[in-house]
Design a protein around this ligand. Structure first.
Ligand code: FAD
Length: 297
């Protein structure tokens, strides 16, 4: 059981939240509490104080600039993300991934900051944010810093955040050319289970169909999400099936999953190849749906 003298603070500004973090030991941040609540219930953490972030107006922003980039505040919920007009129009693969997290009760309260910092490599959002080249905005007592999302996760439930830092927002840059992104997830379990393996790709092309930027990221194939560098080499090409197959083979080779109840490492490597090929093909299929429904299982 959690200690009965657990303190609870509801700051109204980022500075106040950082002050709370700096003031005591074993102080933890909470967004929607879907992960923190489970950890407390199972006695896996014993904080002295919880700092609840959802009443800080600056963290609730979801804004788009005229140039095409979007800032998503840390306490925007996954339900809000999935339903946002701006996100559905500019980054439909992200809206789709958010709509696939857990169940409606989880999505109603779980936040973007919590979904990033929870740091379980099977989560839905991170591969999409990796593929879109997002940046995590972080603030601490000495100021703000920006971290490319692909450098944010360091292991299971571990990130580059210092103990007195918090995530304030995620920024997704505008894409050059004509962008198209796709997300796919596979689970042999129930529809609302975590994915066994998931994959996201983002491709932007110029007016001649030539790729100006390509990125591919996988989840569930190691202790952190994985950016597959070989996808970037598609830039400058007009790829066909053999180029897609080569990147998918590189994705399988780079994957280092573990055996668990969701499948053997060997099986997950094969799934990494399959889903990498599917999301890349979906990005390259101009006649396909804007939000490809690539879910299976
Ligand atoms: C039943 C269930 C099913 C789920 N299924 C899925 C699924 O299918 N796919 C999937 O991707 N995920 C799934 N999840 C996990 C879910 O995505 C995470 O629990 C959720 O996103 C965490 O968000 P939160 O706001 O509730 O975080 P919290 O529980 O509040 O916090 C999680 C962690 O992040 C830290 N934190 C929170 N906000 C910040 C911040 N702004 N800055 C720094 N640190 C912060 C907290 O200290 C804590 O360490 C599931 C969870 C549950 C309970």
């Amino acid at each position: 059981m959690a200690p009965v003298d657990l303190a609870f603070s509801v700051p109204s500004s980022v500075a106040e939240a950082i002050g709370e973090l700096a003031a005591g030991e074993d102080v933890i941040l909470m967004g929607g509490g879907t992960s923190v609540g489970l950890l407390l219930k199972n006695d896996l953490i014993a904080p002295s104080k919880i700092v609840w972030l959802t009443k800080i107006p600056a963290l609730r922003r979801l804004t788009a600039d005229a140039g095409g980039s979007v800032l998503i505040g840390a306490t925007v919920t996954l339900r809000e993300l999935a339903g946002s007009e701006v996100i559905r129009l500019r980054f439909p693969a992200l809206a789709y991934a958010a709509s696939r997290v857990g169940n409606p009760r989880v999505r109603a309260v779980a936040t973007v900051g919590g979904a990033l910092t929870h740091s379980d490599a099977r989560q839905d959002l991170p591969p999409v944010l990796y593929a879109l080249g997002a940046t995590v905005l972080v603030q601490g007592p000495t100021g703000a810093r920006e971290i490319p999302v692909a450098r944010f996760h360091t292991g299971f439930m571990q990130t580059v955040l210092a103990e007195d830092e918090l995530v304030t927002a995620v920024v997704i840059p505008a894409a050059d050319g004509t962008p198209r992104a796709a997300y796919g997830r596979f689970t042999p379990g129930s529809h609302d289970d975590y994915p066994t393996v998931n994959a996201a790709a983002s491709v932007a092309r110029d007016g001649n169909g030539r790729i100006v930027r390509a990125a591919l990221a996988l989840g569930g194939v190691g202790s952190t999400p994985l950016l597959v560098p070989e996808a970037a080499a598609l830039a400058g090409t007009v790829p066909g099936p053999s180029e897609v197959a080569a990147v998918a083979a590189a994705a399988e080779a780079a994957a280092s999953p573990f055996d668990d109840q969701r499948g053997s490492a060997r099986y997950k490597k094969a799934m990494a190849r399959e889903w990498a090929a599917r999301v890349l093909a979906a990005c390259l299929d101009e006649d396909g749906p804007p939000v490809p429904d690539l879910v299976a299982g």
